[in-house]
Design a protein around this ligand. Structure first.
Ligand SMILES: [Zn+2]
Ligand SMILES: [Zn+2]
Length: 294
């Protein structure tokens, strides 16, 4: 079984919801039969990520995320970083620092190093322009990303190998380039969603990451998918860097009915958006476990 739980469901600037980061859990039997999953993947960890995990670990079914009242960071085995906006990476300094200094293996005397995965460009830039500022300074040592993480780059399809990674050898995750921020041209700033495939059934789930509305996705990625988690901006704006609700609404009903919306603004419960429950699968609920593959 593969499950997905959003730590938060808000946009970058939302205040009523936390940032849209997600915990993926892989189970041999399932959460009804196990106290903790066999493997875990965190998709992004923004500025509100630590607070969100602190809340989540107090909920039934998630107590494996607690260790003596603290966040049990080593329970998060792997991270995938979609892109470098703060609502997706600003919690990583805490995660890396806690893993290195607080969760020390008595045998190796080293801290815990989770796997970190994204495209080589995102991983380079993550260290050079973000994490290195605070994490490079250690006593008698100028640290690199590899001091804190087991770095496992993955390439977009057709651009190198490997182009996917797996949990439990059954669930395959392939990065899908997204048209989010444009410096000069579409796709010139790296950002990714994920296509998640159950290799035993062939079923797939699309996780959009942050992206503008991409009409090209509807046939190849959305129509075959069992479920879709898509970012959304509720209000129309010119040259918006997220899919607008008004754009997603023109998709066929067969696609909308399996599409959960996330990364939404604080006005989601205004009666003006009541139609979302009918026209889509709905707004994703935070800190609620969704089953991707049974
Ligand atoms: Zn975002
Ligand atoms: Zn973004």
């Amino acid at each position: 079984m593969l499950t997905l739980t959003f730590l938060g469901v808000g946009s970058a600037f939302a205040k009523r919801n936390l940032h849209s980061n997600a915990l993926v859990e892989a189970w041999t039997r399932g959460p009804q039969a196990q106290t903790k999953p066999d493997d875990t993947l965190l998709i992004d960890f923004g500025g509100t990520g630590p607070t969100a995990l602190y809340q989540l670990k107090q909920k039934s079914g998630f107590t494996y995320l607690d260790r003596d009242g603290d966040i049990n960071y080593p329970a998060l085995r792997r991270l995938f970083i979609t892109h470098l906006h703060a609502d997706h990476i600003a919690g990583l300094e805490e995660l890396a620092s806690r893993n290195m200094h607080h969760f020390i293996d008595p045998h190796t005397r080293r801290g815990f190093r989770p796997k970190i995965t994204s495209s080589p460009k995102v991983l380079d830039s993550l260290w050079q322009h973000s994490l290195g500022g605070g994490l490079s300074a250690l006593p008698n040592h100028v640290a690199t990303l590899a001091d804190y993480f087991d770095v496992a780059a993955v390439h977009p399809r057709g651009q190198g190998s490997p182009d996917s990674f797996r949990l439990l050898d059954r669930y395959e995750f392939a990065p899908v380039p997204t048209d989010h921020i444009r410096i000069f041209a579409p796709f010139d700033w790296p950002s990714f969603g994920l296509l998640i495939t159950d290799r035993s059934s062939g079923d797939s789930v699309l996780y959009s990451g942050d992206t503008r509305f991409n009409r090209d996705w509807s046939e190849g990625l959305m129509r075959p998918a069992k479920l879709i988690f898509h970012d959304v901006q509720l209000t129309d704006a010119d040259d918006c860097v997220h899919a607008l609700l008004s754009e997603l609404r023109i998709l066929p009903e067969t696609i909308r009915s399996k599409m959960w919306l996330y990364h939404y603004g604080d006005q989601w419960d205004d009666p003006a958006y009541a139609f979302v429950a009918d026209d889509f699968a709905g707004f994703v609920q935070p800190q609620t476990r969704y089953t991707l593959f049974a």
